[in-house]
Design a protein around this ligand. Structure first.
Ligand code: NAI
Length: 736
């Protein structure tokens, strides 16, 4: 025999317990040892009249069976008084069953203000007032069970019950939020939609049905939901006739109706209507986080040009964890197009500032040595994380996802603009007991060339214990720092808006900006992105040990330990051991470690130089080749004159189909001038980047160089003033 559910020591308030369902609950609780407050106003079903008889009768019944009970005759609109009765009589309140109710049925057109208001006052406002009066007592004692009484009329609608339906479904909304707010205090709130014969239903049900749908069939569900051993919270149940069913939301996969840089139109909604409403492969979102996750997923899909449906993805899926199905699974390739704007925005996001003159090369597109921070390499790769939701064999609750660790390796410095593609593979899945660890490997390419490798270690709290392995050869491991005081320390403030700025680089999780979303996650305010602290730490190492030379950066590994709040200062402690710089990052104000086991590996100086001199791919058949051939001839003729006039070295990057196709150097500084293919071995005074086509437009005089510059067609690095001399040089050749 299983252990019977008892309630000794518990104090229960049942509202509207003078008859019908409430009476059954009160009797059942009384029988099982609870002290019961039997509340009933004792009015008629429309909310008129008042009498103490109903409550008194039930109290007597409970006492006659040896139970403990007291009566309360106040209206639920006096919520505090009901709870005070419990406190006065028994010193505490553990369980509140909001049950009191009346009916004022009318067709909608005939519903008066009074019909509307009375129903809302008793059902919705009454439940609110009673529950609020009990809330702090429950919170302080870290125990509480609350029942809201909804109705099928609210869930499905019912003719003549507009006022009642609205109030009854309002109770469900109230319960949904109380379940969330109460969870950490062990206060659970569930909702029932009962059906039973009572004076409320006798006008709508035939007598024999009224008789058979006994109120006592509903009470057992209420008792179970209110027991301390029941962990159900936020549930909605239909109950009657000795049957209980649970309800939840179902949502169609839906359809993305927006495309990048385009407005949504009513026509696109009309034309995809049947798909929007198609419940094949429907999902069952269970939290606002899952709901938002869908939107985050959609934003990244629209942004990367994937306008297929969000996969079932975005919600919890039915299948359990099956590592063998998931390991090795390759996700849909993600494309990422960016310009120097993204690189600069990222640099600002990780705290770079014009206050430090050495930061200028990361912040000013006109800088002669415009560079991309190495850790920008996580940006094209990060959207792959959203793809985890579509991996077979994984059943991920995204609200429980923590970014555990990050490894990133660069194979060459990142270009300042371009289109990159990222391919992600589930490298391994580990069972850590308290959770599941997913290793996601993401390789990012420019064309066929591998630029960057990321390993995301993603921890899903509570998803462990599926019998998987605990370690993996594929995991890039953290490394502890040497046991001595750090060799160098850099402290940097994060601004109050650091997270607001960083998220513009593509991590739209509201956790980093929306206070109420952060509160749901248990944080006192929005937190900084782990990858933002990661960016701070990496650039501290780059500054301290590599003179901000991005070509020296090889790789970084960190473990995320604790959140950082925007406005706090980050303190990066560094230990140099050969080409490895161990690091640890703390919040200066608290001393709490936020990044641990971390390191940056640097290239030795010589190695870095060779990787830099790799020449771009050469492409045949550029129109601009003819112009440069002509320039070469001209330099032979009048080079000495041009050197006098111009006295500068011009670099040219001619692009075709988004890639650098040719580089030229026009040296009008040395000797009598020269032109050669390829980048200048020293530093050009100014470098122009332009497509083959636009170059020709400029040369032909169809496009003014200044206009081309402001239209973003001609990019200039270095001494921008020298572009004034450009027109003169090119114009000569336009006459050809
Ligand atoms: P009932 O009329 O037998 O019980 C409701 C009790 O609430 C009455 O004793 C009444 O005096 C009391 N009450 C009314 N206004 C009050 C106030 N302001 N303060 C304190 N007590 C007040 O009806 P029944 O059927 O037992 O209903 C209980 C709850 O279940 C109600 O909330 C009702 O809307 C809900 N419900 C019942 C269904 C059914 O099939 N019986 C169907 C769906 C919902």
């Amino acid at each position: 025999m299983s252990v019977p559910l008892t309630f000794s020591g518990r104090v229960v308030l049942v509202t509207g317990a003078g008859g019908g369902l409430g009476r059954e609950y009160a009797l059942a609780f009384g029988e099982r040892g609870a002290a019961v407050i039997v509340n009933d106003l004792g009015g008629d079903i429309k909310g008129g009249g008042k009498s103490s008889a109903a409550a008194d009768r039930v109290v007597e019944e409970i006492r006659a069976k040896g139970g403990k009970a007291v009566a309360n005759y106040d209206s639920v609109e006096d919520g505090e008084k009901l709870i005070q009765t419990a406190l006065d009589a028994f010193g505490r309140i553990d369980i509140v069953v909001n049950n009191a109710g009346i009916l004022r049925d009318r067709s909608f057109a005939r519903t008066s203000d009074l019909d509307w208001d009375l129903i809302h006052r008793v059902h919705l406002r009454g439940s609110f007032l009673v529950t609020r009066a009990a809330w702090n007592h429950m919170k302080n004692q870290k125990f509480g069970r609350i029942i809201m009484t909804s109705s099928a009329a609210g869930i499905y609608g019912n003719f003549g019950q507009a006022n009642y339906s609205a109030a009854k479904l309002g109770l469900l909304g109230l319960a949904n939020t109380l379940a969330i707010e109460g969870q950490k205090y062990n206060i659970h709130c569930n909702t029932i939609a009962p059906t039973a014969g009572s004076r409320l239903t006798e006008t709508v049900m035939p007598p024999d049905l009224l008789e058979s749908l006994k109120a006592e069939y509903v009470a057992p569900l209420v008792l179970w939901l209110c027991h301390e051993s029941c962990q159900e919270n936020g549930g909605l149940f239909e109950v009657g006739a000795g049957w209980i069913g649970k309800l939840r939301w179902e949502r169609s996969l839906g359809r993305i109706v927006r495309q990048k840089n385009q407005m949504v139109t009513p026509e696109s909604v009309r034309d995809t209507w049947s798909e929007i409403c198609d419940f094949t492969d429907a999902t069952k979102p269970a939290s606002i986080q899952e709901s938002l996750q869908t939107l985050v997923d959609v934003l990244s899909r629209v942004d990367t040009g994937i306008t297929a449906n969000p996969t079932s993805a975005v919600s919890i899926k039915a299948a359990g964890t099956n590592p063998s199905a998931a390991i090795g699974h390759t996700l849909a390739e993600m494309s990422f197009t960016y310009t120097h704007m993204n690189c600069i925005l990222y640099a600002l996001g990780v705290g770079m500032s014009t206050k430090d003159p050495h930061h200028l090369k990361f912040l000013f597109e006109g800088h002669e040595d415009l560079s991309v921070l190495p850790t920008f390499g996580v940006i094209p790769a990060q959207s792959s994380m959203t793809g985890l939701s579509s991996v077979p064999g994984l059943d991920i609750d995204f609200t429980r996802l923590l970014h555990g660790e990050q490894y990133m390796e660069l194979f060459k410095p990142l270009p300042t603009s371009g289109t990159l593609s990222s391919k992600a593979t589930v490298a391994d899945i580990l069972d850590k007991g308290s959770g599941m660890l997913i290793l996601l490997d993401v390789h990012t390419y420019s064309g066929k060339e591998l630029l960057c490798y990321n390993q995301f270690s993603v921890f899903i709290v509570g998803s462990g214990g599926f019998g998987g392995k605990r370690t993996s050869q594929k995991a890039v491991l953290t490394a502890d720092p040497p046991n001595r005081a750090p060799d160098a320390v850099i402290v940097d403030e994060t601004s109050k808006d650091q997270a607001a700025l960083y998220r513009l680089s593509g991590d739209w999780n509201p956790l980093h900006i929306d206070p109420s979303f952060a509160a749901m996650g248990g944080f006192k305010s929005p937190i900084l992105h782990g990858l933002c602290s990661f960016g701070f730490a990496a650039r501290h190492v780059l500054k301290q040990y590599a003179g901000n030379d991005v070509s020296r950066f090889k790789s970084i590994k960190v473990r995320f330990v604790k959140p950082v709040y925007p406005g706090q200062s980050l303190q990066t402690e560094m230990w140099k051991e050969g080409n490895r710089v161990h690091l640890q990052c703390k919040v200066k104000e608290t001393g709490g470690v936020v990044l641990s086991g971390a390191y940056v590996d640097l290239h030795a100086v010589a190695a870095a130089d060779t990787s830099m001199s790799a020449s771009p791919p050469q492409t045949a058949g550029l129109q601009s080749d003819l112009v440069f051939a002509e320039i070469e001839r001209r330099i032979k003729d009048v080079g000495a004159e041009l050197v006098k006039k111009v006295n500068a070295v011009f670099g040219w990057e001619i692009t075709k189909d988004g890639k650098t196709a040719r580089e030229w150097t026009i040296d009008l500084k040395t000797g009598s001038g020269s032109l050669h293919k390829g980048a200048y071995t020293g530093k050009a005074d100014v470098t122009f980047t332009v497509t083959d086509e636009d170059f020709m437009e400029v040369v032909m005089g169809k496009l003014n160089p200044q206009k081309a510059f402001f239209a973003g067609k001609l990019k200039v690095r270095g001494n921008i003033m020298l572009s004034q001399k450009l027109e003169a040089i090119l114009k000569e050749h336009a006459k050809l």
